[in-house]
Write a protein that binds this ligand. Structure first.
Ligand code: ACO
Length: 380
């Protein structure tokens, strides 16, 4: 006998599983706000550090508060020497997302109170983890290329220091702003798969290192944060403007997904994609990558005509791929960059989860058989 019907919501679609004061998303009108402030206003005027303060504290900081927050982050840029030794003993062929997940998890080993989860503890550990993620990634990236490790520069912003440690030279103001905008736009987005993962782990009263390394694991999947790398692979595979149309038509005919399109929540244009579209256009022109932008535009037009009426539009990953390429990031650093930005949201949600926590424990509809005999192993 099997259960006839299941009440399960596949993919938990439409299920409200938490309350949050961070992101407001209207997927039909294409609105995204952090603590009530439209995302475009933050991308234009704020910095990543200030936006993270906003998410963790529910308000914009005063100047002195921001200065202090920035100073706390910069003080935490350096990695423990032993962690650098460990990272520089990894196989050079390792995938950077595995390195990032492992490095974040390893940070718990140098924390004397890794399990402390009061709001103050979580803030302090969050600052340390966020400040050190660029070091984990850049140390590995330079080591795998046989280049000397670049120590952090505490005079630089989060975005500028990240690029400095990666490339060994300070970025131009345009490049720093481009990365900062990407960090802001990616830092929180409601109860997405990786954020939900972080909240589930936090709800067991486990430590923040476990919550964040679990979230990194969820983010790397191609249906979630891994899609930005998928977009770039796709653009490389297409290769030319002339090949865009046959490629997209072929994908759609075979019922294969076009990376960087579609979203569980947005049934109209993703406001982050809209912002990045105009931003990446300018950046592509400035960096000699206009062909890439033109290919993206053509893909968008074709997808609009083919599946726009079904609510399938570019998501944040579509134009962030072009943006990351224009600022000179290697392909396999796209998703780690997303993870570094999402720490703001993940930590904020861990703080919210721990405030009035209740264990997250949904149930499954059992749809298997009942009353089965146990058959001895030699008789099966
Ligand atoms: N290309 C072509 N068709 C698509 C796409 C796409 N990118 N996305 C959805 N569809 C179609 C599906 O084929 C399906 O069609 P069907 O009903 O005829 O079978 C229908 O739309 C519904 O698709 P689902 O995958 O069930 O919708 P869901 O809400 O689960 O999808 C998701 C959301 C996973 C993001 C999906 O759109 C997708 O796989 N997109 C490509 C990967 C991607 O860009 N992910 C990044 C998301 S944003 C982020 O995580 C930061």
């Amino acid at each position: 006998m099997t259960t006839a019907t299941s009440t399960a919501s596949k993919g938990l679609e439409g299920v409200v599983a938490a309350e949050s004061k961070m992101s407001f998303i209207d997927g039909n009108l294409g609105i995204l706000e952090y603590v009530g402030i439209p995302i475009a206003a933050l991308a234009e005027n704020s910095t990543f550090e200030e936006t993270v303060f906003l998410l963790w504290n529910g308000r914009l900081p005063k100047r002195a508060e921001l200065d202090e927050f920035v100073a706390q982050i910069r003080a935490q840029y350096p990695l423990p020497k032993e962690l650098i030794d460990i990272i520089t003993s990894f196989p050079k062929t390792a995938e950077p997302m595995h390195v990032l997940r492992t490095g974040v998890s390893a940070l718990s080993l140098w924390d004397r109170t890794p399990d402390a989860i009061t709001p103050d503890d979580v803030h302090a550990k969050g600052i340390s983890m966020m400040a050190k993620m660029p070091g984990i990634l850049t140390t590995f990236d330079r080591y795998r290329q046989g280049k000397p490790i670049v120590p952090p520069d505490r005079s630089l912003s989060f975005a500028a220091n990240l690029m400095y440690m990666l490339n060994g030279e300070k970025p131009t103001r345009t490049m720093e702003k481009a990365l900062d905008v990407c960090l802001i736009l990616h830092t929180d987005h409601g109860l997405n798969a990786s954020t939900f993962t972080a909240r589930v782990i936090a709800s067991t009263l486990s430590d923040v290192y476990s919550a964040i390394s679990g979230a990194i694991g969820a983010l790397r999947g191609p249906l979630h944060g891994g899609a930005n790398e998928g977009v770039m692979h796709m653009l490389h595979e297409i290769g030319s403007l002339a090949n865009v149309e046959p490629f997209i038509r072929d994908r759609l005919e075979k019922h294969e997904k076009v990376m960087g399109f579609g979203h569980r929540v947005y049934k109209t244009r993703d406001p982050r994609a809209m912002f990045l579209k105009s931003f990446s256009k300018k950046l592509a022109e400035q960096t000699g990558n206009s062909k890439l932008y033109e290919m993206s535009r053509k893909i968008e037009d074709l997808m609009d005509a083919a599946v726009g009426s079904r609510g399938i539009y570019p998501n944040v990953d579509f134009y962030s791929a072009t943006t990351y390429h224009c600022i000179g990031l290697k392909l396999d650093l796209f998703t780690p960059m997303f993870a570094i930005s999402r720490i703001g949201g993940w930590l904020g949600h861990v703080i919210e989860q721990q405030d009035g926590n209740r264990l997250i424990r949904p149930k499954a509809d059992y749809i298997g058989p009942h009353d089965q005999p146990y058959i001895p192993i030699d008789e099966r």
